[in-house]
Design a protein around this ligand. Sequence first.
Ligand code: ATP
Length: 346
Amino acid sequence: PRTVFSGIQPTGIPHLGNYLGALSNWVHLQETARSEDTFIYSVVGLHAITVSQDPTKLRRDRLDALTSLLAIGIDPKRSILFFQEDVQEHTELAWILGCLAPIGRLNRMTAYKATSPEASSDERLGLFAYPVLQAADILAYKATHVPVGEDQRQHLELTRDLATPSISNVPPKYSPFPKTPQVPPTKRILSLRDPSQKMSKSSPHVNSRILLTDTSSDIMLKIRKAITDSNFGITYDPINRPGISNLLRILHACRAPMRSHDTALEESEASTRLDDELHGATMASFKEAVADAVSARIGPIREEFARLRADEGYVRQVAREGANKAKDIASRTVREVKERIGLGQL
Ligand code: ATP
């Protein structure tokens, strides 16, 4: 049986990069479930506080994140949906793993370096230890599948290593997921304002990302303003034409039926079809095609989000029930781990 675990930070409404890179896979996995599979999806507030947060905004963002997961089609009858901070076992296991994780290894994490380019003694321990908490999230459920975006690859490698017998064997009797992820990650979706960066919830440029709640006119405006280049024609060339290539990737992914393998544009026959369609297209007509495809894909999500937002009681109830189910599993793992390392109940 598969145990699928993944998380998203409550740092704003999820964007198209989150959706195409990770969340759409969550739904896909749930849809292709066998009865013995377990799906566990978390809104990871403890990760969000590794950078400064405004408490009022964080409360709102937590609710919005969970609402977004319901809006994209995560079904609480089939999947466990919960707030990470409601299940204390995550922090307990993170401490235990932190006692095993080599500092040199954490120092090499590129996501951390991107958030905090100049390490100084004012650096916060939590930000540095972010991947250890992520490892605890995953290992608490002995996950076999971890659908995340490509930016998380290093963190998954650390998780895997921390669980192997040569380092810790925590949790015991668990075979970590294989080196090559079973859910191929989507190439990252890039910022519309700066294609050298990934699309991110925390970028100060609101036009750099398309939110799952954006209207068709928001989407059109943001795509029209997207940075491209002045070369002739529309061609896929990620190295020399990152802006155009990003839009092509978005177009392809938004049109593809929801499947986990559909998002790699390169080498696919869809890419040849796109070439034909866009042959001789102007930048304006190309951007219009991209905006239409994005609107068609996320329009239904926006509507469902609005409907659910009017029913906060329901969303909170989903979170409460999810936390109870998650705790049942995580507490069993932590008990086993503590027993093994000599901290079990005397
Ligand atoms: P923040 O900006 O607050 O750091 P984020 O937008 O980078 O957040 P997370 O909440 O950290 O997103 O990640 C949720 C999931 O989305 C992860 O699996 C991550 O790999 C994926 N993801 C994030 N950004 C992108 C992107 N630009 N392209 C593809 N996948 C992405």
